[in-house]
Design a protein around this ligand. Sequence first.
Ligand code: PLP
Length: 406
Amino acid sequence: MFDVEKVREDFPILKRKIDGKPLVFLDSASTSQKPIQVINAIKEYYEMHNANPHRSLYKLCEEATELYENTRKKVAEFINAKHPEEIIFVRNTNEAMNLIAHSFALPKLHNPNEIILSVMEHHANIVPWQYVRDNNGASLKFIDIKKDGTLNLEQLNPNSNTKMVSLTNASNVLGTINPIKDIGKIAHENGSLFVVDGAQSVPHMPIDVQDIGCDFLAFSGHKMLAPMNIGVLYGRKELLEDMEPFMLGSDMIKEVTLEKATWNDVPWKFEAGTPNVEGAVGLSTAIDYLNDLGMDDVRKHEKEITAYALDKLSEIDGLKVYGPTAADMRGGVISFNLAGIHSHDLATILNDFGIAIRSGHHCCMPLMKRLGIPAAARASFYIYTTKYEIDALANALKRSKAVFSK
Ligand code: PLP
């Protein structure tokens, strides 16, 4: 039984006060807070097991290697990948997308090949493809959004030149959850690969890469209770085996002579240099934590909080919410603007109430332009978000409005 108060006890930071007021943390889409279990696992790693993995035969090195490689297996199970070798550790979603762009798209796609994206993408799923376009002549097509903030899938329409469709599973601004299984099917029927940006879905709902049928999935550990600088690129094994590495040096090498080098097997071929074992240890514990809660219940909790928040925010005159109106079509993210108050001003005032929200363009400048706004405020939720925090947000927004109308 999901008990949010019990969950909150595991997060030391949630006991913090901001200028004497209880912290109301509503910025989990940027990065999540960390439970004590993750913090302790990292501490124990440094107190007991720290060594550079894969490099020697002494006990600590074996332990560090085992911790690192066991996390790979755990991540594979978490997203139902067929093989642990399909899990490549990167720093974050941005790096995962760059890896696909440099190791797959740059060498393999050319004019007149096409990559399909959408206007709701985070810069992480736009800029690497613009680099590909500018360096190999492939073209980009952007699917628009409809009035309700869902994708206009009539524009998907891949043709024989479409070699890649890369879309977000859930928008970090609109909250929209895209029908990625259906989109993947359409992409594959036309011989295109399907890349999914899972930054805002993997932490929040059950994700099964075999069921979705995607070829690549990218996500970040820091948005799912783990530390920063550990992220994941899932890729189908046959594809990864056929790709050249993006970064070169140390662990990704099989043999070097003065003339040449040969590459290690997948996945290590893509992991140059000393890896982030501390991050992997944290990610492993984070996955245990989420599995103990159950990803179905995580999603259920966030849907309930989102529905409650949509309702509360709709009571505020002059407040405009972007994206779908129904909570079951959304992740736990609500972006909004309030009656002529710039979102940065709003975030500053809310900080005086101890409330942390994000403001700005959310690394989605093309989407801001499409919505015809310079910026938006955003409240985002996770396993520790409560209805009384949503009440605090709604009350503070009403008070902010009063301040500005004076
Ligand atoms: N994609 C989406 C949808 C996101 O929301 C984010 C971060 O907010 C990213 C990609 C980039 O994640 P990271 O900064 O961890 O690389």
